[in-house]
Ligand binder design. Structure first.
Ligand code: CP
Length: 332
């Protein structure tokens, strides 16, 4: 029953008064290319799927007979496991591919890897890769649906979607909402997906970082840059704290971790300057004591674990929609 409702809502209009919307994309590569309507459609579809996660039998037959491959060339806890769970809840078979234990270590290329997996009969590829554009390349190599689970510094669309979904649960209208994305923005695909998604839904996005961690090309983004966290913290409705990505930072970009934490960390002391009901977010994994103090990460304003829970519903929605696009294409 839930599934039927979702299918109806996702594929076409449910009432006479709302405009007809049909999802047509068989790949999800980023949020920059999506329209406001497409974003809202994914988020509304995810809302329906959240209900399944609360049932005692957390299964729907939506992707029965389909094969989803998790093609991960970088480590992951949240994204990988929630895609696995999302695909299983939709009754798909899931192949877990890890570059470190595959023939990639013998020199096999991404294209050959994907084509060999395709030869086994796969329908959807979820790819994480250190190279920006790797998911886009796959769309030209194989016929399966491609979902970007994080490519280099480029985008991490399902993280952006689950962040926005989590904000909307607490503040349904994003227009005029002030969201600060704080920290290592230069190396963050999460930041880029959030920027585009939030902007399209009407939020005002502030980027807060030391100059060495601001991205190049910031002037082309719909954001307000800020180099002093304390100047703006009191006006913000949402604080999305980013992990300092030490594995991607070649040379030192700030004098010491102590100084970084003092100027840009979300400490208990700094929280006193924030709005009482400010939403605290972090995509994970956390550097506790660096970008966020444990008392704040585990405190009453934190939505960090809700973000993780919502990730499963958002990924169910994305898997469902890309497959639906293929079904509709075949019916043409
Ligand atoms: N937020 C996120 O992408 O976490 P993982 O690296 O654990 O998937």
């Amino acid at each position: 029953m839930v599934e039927k409702t979702i299918e109806k809502r996702s594929v076409k209009t449910t009432t006479k008064n709302t405009p007809k919307f049909i999802w047509r994309r068989k790949h999800l590569l980023g949020l920059q290319d999506l329209s406001r309507e497409e974003l809202i459609h994914i988020l509304d579809t995810a809302k329906g799927f959240k209900g399944i996660s609360k049932r005692s039998v957390k299964k729907a037959p939506t992707l029965r007979g389909k094969v989803v491959v998790n093609l991960f060339f970088e480590d992951s806890t949240r994204t990988r496991n929630s895609f696995t769970l999302a695909a299983s809840r939709l009754s798909a078979d899931v192949l877990e591919f890890t570059a470190k234990t595959s023939s990639v270590s013998k020199g096999e290329t991404l294209r050959d890897t994907a084509r060999n997996l395709e030869a086994m009969g796969i329908d959807i590829v979820v790819i994480r890769h250190s190279a920006g554009g790797a998911p886009h390349l796959l769309t030209r190599c194989i016929d399966a649906c491609i979902i970007n689970a994080g490519d280099g510094y480029h985008e991490h669309p399902t993280q952006g979607l689950l962040d926005i979904f989590s904000i909307r649960e607490l503040r349904p209208d994003l227009s005029g909402l002030k969201v600060a994305i704080v920290g290592d923005i230069a190396h963050s695909r999460v930041a880029r997906s959030n920027i585009w998604g939030l902007h399209k839904l009407g939020a005002e996005v502030y980027l807060v970082a030391p100059p060495t961690l601001m991205p190049s090309g910031i002037e082309k983004m719909p954001v307000t840059p800020c180099y002093n966290f304390d100047e703006i913290i009191g006006q913000m409705d949402v604080l999305n704290m980013l992990r300092v990505q030490f594995e991607r930072i070649g040379s030192s970009v700030f004098p010491s971790v102590l100084e970084y934490s003092r100027l840009f960390g979300l400490t208990v002391e700094r929280m006193k300057r924030a709005k009482k009901d400010v939403i605290v977010m972090h995509p994970g994994p956390l550097n506790r004591g660096l970008e966020i103090e444990s008392e704040v990460a585990d405190g009453p304003n934190s939505t960090i674990l809700q973000q993780v829970s919502n990730g499963v519903a958002v990924r169910m929605a994305v898997l469902f929609l890309v497959n639906q696009a293929v079904v509709l294409e075949k019916k043409k």
